[in-house]
Design a protein around this ligand. Sequence first.
Ligand code: ADP
Ligand code: GLC
Length: 480
Amino acid sequence: MKVLFATSEMFPLIKTGGLADVSGALPQALSDIGVDIRVILPNYADLKSEYIEFKKSIGAIEILGQNVEIYKANIKNNNTKVYLVDHPVFSARHGNPYMGPDKNPWHDNPDRFGLFCRTVVAFAMGEFNEVWQPDIIHSNDWQTGLIPALLSESKAPKKFFTIHNLAYQGVFDRQTFERLGLPWTLWREDALEYWGNMSFMKSGIIFSDLVTTVSPTYAEEIKTVQYGYGLDGVLKNKKDKLKGILNGIGGDWDPATDIQLDINYSSSDIKGKAIAKENIQKIMGLTINPKAPLIIHIGRLVEQKGIDLLIQAIENLANNEVQFAILGTGENRFEQTLKKLALKYPNRVAIHIGYDEQLAHRLEAAGDAFIMPSRFEPCGLNQLYSLKYGTIPIVHRVGGLADSVIHALEETIENGTATGIVIDYLDVPAIVWAIDYFIKIYQNEELFKKIQLNGMLKRHEWVISAQEYKNLYLNILQEL
Ligand code: ADP
Ligand code: GLC
């Protein structure tokens, strides 16, 4: 079984969010259980070249008048083989894969990712100098959404599509559809057409043999008007071919081996965690106090993540000892408000604006709790990392957060299943309530340790989810 995994970001080469973590870890886990899988992604200018080895060209072809080349390479220390799609729209542009320095999407994103999709299809049709050919193309999110449509006339390879976030759909106007040279047979309501526009995401859903999303609860939610972002009807029609598989924790996220930490620790020897906390309090300018509860947050500063609600909740807290350490980058309005908040409470609110992989790991180790008041969350990875790092997750009961955190109630505390705090109805008072509840738990050392340990002992390794993907691959290969 040969699988080509098409993605727009992959850790450690390039990362803006969870998709990169998944693209870095899932193919590796699948390969460990016997799937011959390779990854294809754009050759961005800022790919971290120190992780790339044995790079060689497998040829160049012309696609819609554009010269596109593919390089084959290996990722160091990872065993994953990758194909890098090379064209100046990727390799001559620095920065974020999706947006310019002004934080607006690159104006030619549909052309860039349209070209990427066409190149992946050309590869699968044997147009490059490569003997390896996929039986399945596993596409991910809107950037790869045209791949299944472009292959809709062919029985092979099979088309597998994963939705990581339905809020980003790749919707563009009709002129774009024309410019991309797509056949008019695709301009239909049961194809790419979406309220007079074209949708990459809809294309991926409609033309795939199987669609998955990154948690069982999100797979249900997206069939409703509230979370379906206009595609709930399409997804309901597809319901027999729609499955939810929870993401896992990649090998880089383990406090026992994490190379970003000063001192490693584990459930049987947790001393290193207190040191990580003291270090973060020092680095980020918080009062150095082992007794003050430290709540962390890491994430893209966008509405999805509920950062606006968190800011208001922090303002409304009565407790003046609890500390917050926040790492994120995103919309200017949130960045500015967070900076002001840190100025107002210098000893107990610390903000680092920017993207910092090492700091993310150190924060996970340092925190007593991780707060994630997302309005919706397809899976969410930081709550999984937090469980493993002994950092109690405080989350909203949606998507993958609902599937991975068990609320501390008398009953779940008693039977040893409680792993965190789960908010049922999300608003500012509910977040204030959840933080106060956490502080109470924190002040009861025995209870805190118990819940912390329950989380640390939970298993969310990728191999478990990889097995589910493998079974689905086998299923679609058997279908005629
Ligand atoms: P999403 O994909 O919606 O952004 P996830 O929880 O699935 O959310 O994954 C986010 C990933 O990106 C995590 O690995 C998290 O640690 C990382 N991350 C997000 N923001 C930052 C940042 N500012 N610096 C470092 N890592 C970040
Ligand atoms: C998306 C989602 C996030 C998920 C990630 C990886 O970015 O927002 O919830 O964990 O993809 O699947």
